[in-house]
Each structure stands twice: as C-alpha cells, then as structure tokens.
Design a protein around this ligand. Structure first.
Ligand SMILES: Cc1cc2nc3c(=O)[nH]c(=O)nc-3n(C[C@H](O)[C@H](O)[C@H](O)COP(=O)(O)O)c2cc1C
Ligand SMILES: CCCCC(=O)C(=O)O
Length: 358
C-alpha cells in the first residue's frame, strides 16, 4: 500500500466503530484469500520496455455503458453510511469527479436514484453501474432492474459468487448481523413481498442458474456484466450466453477461503474470453503498479473495494477523491516506467515471476 493509502486506512480505522471496521476489512474463515489477493501482485514483476514512451499518456478506457478516464473503477461495496454520514452520495460525487465508474451496490444505504443524481450533479455524463444479487423471487429481481434503469444506470453487474453468504468470523464474533437503527438497504424498500414502507432482506440463493441470468438479460436493454468469475469455463459460458463483460473476483476474500487470488485466476479467464468481451478484475489492488500488472495479464480495467471505504471513512468525498487521484497518478507513473503510451502497451510479455530467472 502506498503511504497515502496507508494513512487513510489508519485514519479510517481510528474513526470507525471497531465492529464496522471489522465488517469492511474482514474476509471469510482464516482470511487466507484476503491476504493472497494482495500478495499475488508481489509475486510478479514488470519488465519495462525502453525508449518508446511519451510525455503525455492516454489512460482512458471504453467499458460497457461508460468511457472511464482510467482503468480503475469503484467496486460495489455495501453500507457506505456506516463509513461516513454522506455515504454513497460522497462516493458517487468523488467517483464522477475522477471521471470513472461507480458500481453502486444493491446493498447501498442510499437509494440508487439518489446515487446516480449525486454523480450527475458533478458530471452530467457520469456512469453508474448497478450491482445486483439475483433474488429467488424473479418479480423482486425485475423490480430492482427497473429501479436501476429508472435511476439512469448504464450497466448491470450481476454478482454470482454468493450462492450462500461467506462465513466472516470477525462478524460472527462481533455479533454483526444487521444494520444499526437508522440505516437500511434503501434499494430494498417497498418491494413485492416486503413490508409496506420497509425493506426486504437481500437473499442469497444456491438455486439460481444461468437461465435466471438469461431472464435478466432478456428483461433489459442495459449491458450485463457477470461478477465473481474464477473458472475459465464459466468465462466461456458468459461469452456464449451473450454477456457484456466478466469480473474476475473472489469478493475480496469474503466468500470462500479456499479459492485462488483473483490475480492468479486472471490469465486463464482472459485466455478463455480471448478478447470477446471486457474482463475486469478486483481484489487486492492497492498500487498503480498493481493496475499495470492486471492489465498486462489481460484485464481491461480493475475495481477497488476497501481502499475507497478507507478514503470515505477518513475524509468523506475528499477522501475518496484522494484514493482515486493517487491510483491514477501511480498508474500513470507505472505506465511511463513501462515505456507505455496507452493501455494497449501493457502486454503479457512484460510480466515475469519474481524469484525465478526467466
Ligand atoms: C465491505 C465490503 C462490502 C462489499 N459489498 C459487496 C456488494 O454489496 N456486492 C458485491 O458484488 N460485492 C461486494 N463486495 C466485494 C467487492 O465488490 C470487491 O469484490 C472486493 O472488495 C475487491 O477487493 P478489495 O476490497 O481488495 O479491493 C464488498 C466488499 C467489501 C470489502
Ligand atoms: C447483503 C449485503 C451483502 C454485502 C456484501 O456483499 C459483502 O459484505 O461482501
């Protein structure tokens, strides 16, 4: 972690209720994958090319329903009002100001309509994607998709790595299993089968299938990305079924503590997709050089989860700005040091394994 990010993390930790800090920071079981996601970047090195760079580099990237100013988007994370009173509104404004995409969590503590409005108040062209857990009742899923469309979201990100909820032992120890009084998952308010005026619980279901995903695709004109892909065969299925992107992710080590680091799963997924659709990656991205490594291994862009929460908790909108500006600056610097002019210069031949002569 850069000193800038590490300072924000320390400030966030000092300010947050320890139970909420543990919810944000923690992972499943022994938290092996949580650490592995970061360590995986450290096991690789970049082989720079020389004498082929440019003083001004182009960091922009085209994504489904968005053109981002850099290949770093904000991964969906729940409950931002636990981090800062402005919650997702602050995150949305900061992300729009940075010219990149906010993936707004279905479990946000501000309704998606207000999240998009906050982003658009800064940049009328700001892109917000809606992250969705398919609900066992298709009518509820349909309503949520409609809410995202009405809000002006430009893509859906369906998270499929949670047939059951991960066992986060910090939360179990802390007894954290519900939002405190005064906070709610606002997108879940007034849905079919839910209490009038109140919120429905977000349900995880192991009965969901590719057919359920097909139904969502057929119900909307928005691009649909699939998040939580680790197996290359699932990436191939995603391409075959007409999805618009995949996100290589192990949910920041919060679901299953026996999976590989996200970065280690990336090359085979990228090979399976073979350029047909964008491949995003999240998990453990803490430095601009991490972004460069992921792109060199086949990612179109990366997502950052916890660093954004640390910025938000430490200093609200300004803190999120700081995180995104820092990553942009570091990534631009890394690209320069690799002899890159734009993202296409980050190619697979630049990546070698540390500790082994290549
Ligand atoms: C506190 C927290 C809440 C999260 N909530 C969601 C969520 O609501 N939906 C989702 O698809 N992923 C969620 N994730 C996973 C992130 O989208 C992302 O996969 C992960 O945080 C990336 O790893 P990183 O935190 O190391 O950057 C959450 C992660 C954290 C840390
Ligand atoms: C029901 C909220 C889900 C949030 C989530 O995905 C996480 O904490 O990782």
């Amino acid at each position: 972690m850069s000193p800038g990010l590490s300072d924000l993390h320390d400030r966030a930790r000092a300010l947050l209720d320890p139970v909420h800090y543990d919810y944000f920071a923690g992972g499943a079981a022994d938290e092996v994958v949580l650490g592995e996601n970061e360590r995986a970047f450290g096991r690789l090195a970049l082989l720079p090319r020389i004498l082929r760079g440019t003083p001004v580099r182009d960091l922009a990237v085209a994504l489904p329903g968005a053109r981002a100013s850099m290949p770093v988007v904000v991964a969906p994370t729940a409950f931002h009002r636990l981090a800062h009173p402005d919650g997702e509104l602050a995150t949305a404004r900061a992300t729009a100001a940075a010219g990149t995409v906010l993936v707004s969590s279905m479990a946000s503590t501000v309704a998606v309509g207000a999240v998009v409005a906050a982003a658009r108040s800064v940049d009328p062209a700001a892109a917000v994607w809606f992250q969705l857990y398919l609900q066992p009742d298709p009518e509820v899923t349909r309503c949520l998709v409609r809410r995202a469309e009405d809000a002006g979201c430009t893509a859906l990100v369906v998270t499929a790595d949670s047939p059951v909820f991960g066992r986060r032992e910090r939360d179990v120890r802390n007894g954290f299993d519900d939002l405190p009084e005064g906070f709610a998952a606002e997108n879940m308010r007034d849905l079919p089968g839910g209490p009038p005026g109140g919120t429905r619980d977000i349900e995880m279901s192991a009965a969901l299938s590719w057919e359920d995903l097909d139904r969502v695709r057929a119900s909307t004109a928005l691009p649909v990305l699939l998040k939580g892909v680790l197996h290359p065969e699932d990436a191939r299925l995603a391409v075959d079924r007409g999805l618009d992107g995949v996100v290589v992710s192990n949910h920041g080590g919060r679901q299953f503590d026996a999976v590989p680091a996200a970065l280690d799963a990336l090359p085979r997924v990228a090979a399976a997709v073979d350029g047909a659709i964008p491949v995003l990656l999240d998990g453990g991205v803490r430095r601009g050089s991490d972004v460069a490594l992921a792109l060199a291994l086949g990612a179109t862009a990366v997502g950052v989860g916890r660093p954004v929460l640390w910025g938000l908790a430490a200093d609200g909108e300004q803190g999120v700005r700081q995180v995104l500006d820092l990553l942009r600056d570091e990534f631009d610097h890394a690209l320069a040091l690799c002899g890159g002019r734009d993202l296409a210069d980050l190619t697979r031949d630049l990546v070698v394994t540390r500790g082994t002569p290549w």
